[in-house]
Design a binder for this molecule. Sequence first.
Ligand code: HXC
Length: 258
Amino acid sequence: MEFIKTEQQGHVLIITINRPDALNALNRQVLSELKTCVEGIDPEKVRCVVITGSGNKAFVAGADIAQMKSMTKAEGKEFGLFGNSVFSALEELPVPVIAAVNGFALGGGSELALACDIRIASDNAVFGQPEVALGITAGFGATQRLPRLIGEGQAKRLLFTGERVKADEALQIGLVCKVFPIEELIEKALAMANAIAANGPIAIRGTKVAIKKGLAMDLKAGLELEAGYFGDCFETKDQVEGMSAMLEKRKPEPFTGK
Ligand code: HXC
């Protein structure tokens, strides 16, 4: 792969978008490589993913404007659908994905972060959906995921004005969960990822799916769904070990996902 670097540390996979000359902008090749990478993730080996951009300036500065400039209507739609298929594959991974946003996250870069389960940012991070200033709508999911995450009013503000939002405001409006100094970002992302990876994999998987599916249901149906995933955890080795350890006042053996 030319533009995607991966590194496995224990049960955590770090994916780095590595196209620093263009501030990690997403051209078709970057997206294709990201898709191949995501599709190759084995949840038996990977319990949490961290995704970041190379360098200290940008997470991802958007879809590649040079590549989009001369697209026809049909090509534009196809590119949007392709990007959406990549981000949906990421979103639908059975394991949690943390976006470690290390600088500019504009347009498609912000949308990549939105497709992740958790967003944390460096203090120099800048978010924005500047597409309308280029004469296009957002095309990799922001009209759908942004209002679901931060509410309709704030999402419309960002999507209509193209205004950029710095890390402190991103935290205040719920676009990110935590902000760290840039030099600590990856260390903090890995600490969070390792904490997730140390928990029961069946429980984490059930939690992720219950939240995702439940948000598309009414509360009653969502609670029934939750009961199903809750029940699925019982009679597993991890549930028996986790509860036994607590009652016996000892640390549990590492969870196995069985
Ligand atoms: C292609 C990009 C790029 C992008 C930066 N570059 N962003 N190339 N597509 N999205 C390239 C620049 O052309 C430049 O290449 C190099 O990266 C460094 O960028 P500079 O502009 O020189 O850096 P700086 O002056 O520090 O400005 C940083 C920046 C600016 C504010 C992030 O680069 C910028 O505004 N980028 C575009 C942001 C944007 O509009 N994103 C949304 C795209 S639309 P050279 O060769 O000159 O060194 C989108 C739609 C998604 O994402 C949906 C599609 C379906």
